[in-house]
Design a protein around this ligand. Sequence first.
Ligand code: EPU
Length: 422
Amino acid sequence: MDILKIQGPVQLNGEITVSGSKNASLPIMAATLLAPGVSVIKNVPDLSDIRVLCELMISVGAKINKPAKGVYEIDATNIDNPFGDYEIVRKMRASICILGPLLARCGKVEVSMPGGCSIGDRPVDIHIRGLKELGAIIDIRSGNIAASAGDGLKGKDIFLGGPFGSTVLGTDNIMMAATLAKGTTVIESAACEPEVSDLANCLNAMGAKISGIGSPRLVIEGVKALRPVEYSVLPDRIEAGTFMIAAAITKGKLKIKNCQCDYLMAAIDALHNIGVKVEHCGDDIIVSSNGKFKPVFLTTQPYPGFPTDLQAQFMALLALADGNSVITEKIFPDRFMHVAELNRMAANLRKEGPSVIIAGVDKLMAAPVMASDLRASAALVLAAMAAEGETIINRVYHIDRGYEKIEEKLNACGANIVRCQV
Ligand code: EPU
């Protein structure tokens, strides 16, 4: 198992390039299952989650070739085993994104029900409800979701909201299934995240007829068939946001290249509010800081609000603010596994229900800590670069799920991170 040894404090300076988006790549690659033939998906990050999806897609019958860095040729000519096995699905919750495309393509599908994870229960009831609205017959048996399209999926007006707002992968699944349904589907309360829009744009490039992209009302006119596509995935806004916070927490200056600034407005605004300088120029964002942070009250929200996927990283930064801050988590109210670990590094955080009260401290101190989920691990890396001494982060496989070569990218800007096997 790998660990990271991180020596701090360091100051990051230089340029860092953002990779393709993990959360757009996963459903876009799954969408290629909708069309017989060879699709080419580009700008895909090299991550363990992508490898798990490839394993799953191969198990259902796809052939995958990687001719160049970030490029995946996916041959979906023979999709003859529409079955998502627990042994693969349990490795990655986002495996659920094959449900919609396989149901539409094969007329039936069985996918193991994803379990909860360290960020909460994570039910899939809205995915199931949406597919039922399209006419699917769904049975839960032996821990699997078994769905059949009966005499064909039919378009319908569907309200897809849930207790915590819209659902990203739920919207993806219903939208993908609806592309091949008979008639028109309207998804109300659709997720508006840029990754959902990227998938919709990719589906349209495959011949789908989706309008309202980027809005909470998606209109999908069913078509008879889709064709293979060549498509390049958008940059990862969460990786970009993590690097923005890295510049701030290390009192450094980073030019973060290949961002889509429009998609980062909530994070940019939050950094402005605490006194961090953020400039943007085309697709680059320059972040610099003198290490003085004003406290702030922050709430995570669906896009375009402040993303839950940057909550842990921002908490590491506010741990060093001059006063008391509060972060409230509105998407995953239990996503606070990093709180205890940051406290091991001399932060002063107290969880109160879905909020954390952050009493700013003058400095963080190195400690051995445990990564518990992807974004919590990123928060620990950020805290460790600012802390005094050598932090050891265990279970770094979590970070490899979502950050491509994180230590190489950060070390090139002045970090001191060594990966070791234990
Ligand atoms: N929810 C339900 N029922 C459902 C589906 C969701 O109640 O059927 C609830 C969830 O429990 C949560 C809220 O709705 O409270 C939103 O969850 P959502 O379905 O949007 O999450 P997701 O689609 O499973 C994606 C990202 C997550 C990101 C969330 C929120 C991918 C692969 N994953 O998950 O990314 O946090 O949207 O933006 O796109 C990450 O990258 O670290 C990560 C966890």
